[in-house]
Design a protein around this ligand. Sequence first.
Ligand SMILES: [Zn+2]
Length: 156
Amino acid sequence: MLRVAPPARARKLAKVPFVELADGRLQGVVSSGSDVERVYVSSVTAGSHTVDCRTNNNRPCGGLRGNLLCKHLHALADEAVLQYGIAQVARYLRIDAGDGADSGADLLARTDARHEPGPAAVVFSRFLRHLAYLEVPPSAAPVPELHWFPATAAAR
Ligand SMILES: [Zn+2]
């Protein structure tokens, strides 16, 4: 049986409802700061450190230009550090965290990230599949895909 790991620290689910280390990427969904109808799908590829950010309607994020990373990528990386711990995120993305890195933004600052279109549609459909578990009948058995919910809520 898979053990459901509680997040290393409490996360802000309203801001970043979905974050995962999967398919060789840090990827997830970040809420728009201004428009409740809009979310951004952001990703960082392990090793190459290419980044992508676009809306759920597949429009490029206006904040991601050249080597300038948008606030969604920073939010995603920060939440990943809360969820998995900085050592695991750095190891997965193959970033040399060195000394003094304690946030996702610190990790991104240690890469020479560049923009390259990513699989936003795949990431978004994974998010929707995770949401579908909200409609699973209540059960006391652990559902591994729900591990991104706070452990306190899952234990209730
Ligand atoms: Zn963005």
